[in-house]
Write a protein that binds this ligand. Sequence first.
Ligand code: PAF
Length: 280
Amino acid sequence: MQVVQLNSALIGNLRHQRSKGQSIALVPTMGNLHQGHLQLVKRAKQLADFVVVSIFVNPTQFAAHEDLDRYPRTLEQDLRQLAEMEADLVYTPSVEELYPAGSQTWVETLGISEPFCGSSRPGHFRGVTTVVNKLFNLVQPDYAVFGKKDYQQLAVIRQMARDLLMPIEIIGQDTERDSDGLALSSRNQYLSPDQRQLAPMIYLSLQQLATAWQQGGDADDLCGQANAELTAQGFDLDYLAFADPLSLQPLAPEAQQAVILIAARLGSTRLIDNLECSRG
Ligand code: PAF
């Protein structure tokens, strides 16, 4: 497994792989890898001959008050895990490498990035689409693999790839969970032991909402009740809503397919999760 920091080294290496007819899959990450990330790498290896993993804590997707400074950085451990997974190349650029001095260009989707995390984290998706676009330009992958835990991020990236005619297949990989249902996330380690005990209620609520909706319940009423219950337990919700799984627009009353999206804080830790469901 090769580890490169410079764009020139990345481009040179990938030119060589492409000249041998190898297909390329990219797994963009911010490091601090857990089983969820490793499943993305596994999926990438099933799809392509050559797997590139990027590790870059992207400053432009964090607002000033967010956790950029304390975001866990565990490069050595990450590299060990990626070597075990037999990733082919790891790209670990500096901020200057991805954002050359004087950068003025942003990539931004509109509608799909506006609700949910787009309104509770203004500017977040602009940072994501800009850095993912840069990674796509450098790597020019055939496939790019993202986790479904960041459901809206995946939808935003699919929209960007479609709109900008990127010849890249965007793959969504199912969420990995702890045995109690909590979605794996690098931010789970911020939770105190008490908060960690409460956190699986998020997924439990999603499952209960899906069942109640499948039995004919009204999406808004159900979310109102679940919101009140979670709030009573000490969660502070940014949002909890059913949406159309492709457009993320509000759910039509006759809809048969839905995704339930939640962002909830426990103390200063913001957790997100989602569940796709269907009825009829
Ligand atoms: O999901 C993440 O880890 C990040 O948002 C991504 C896609 C690597 C962009 O920085």
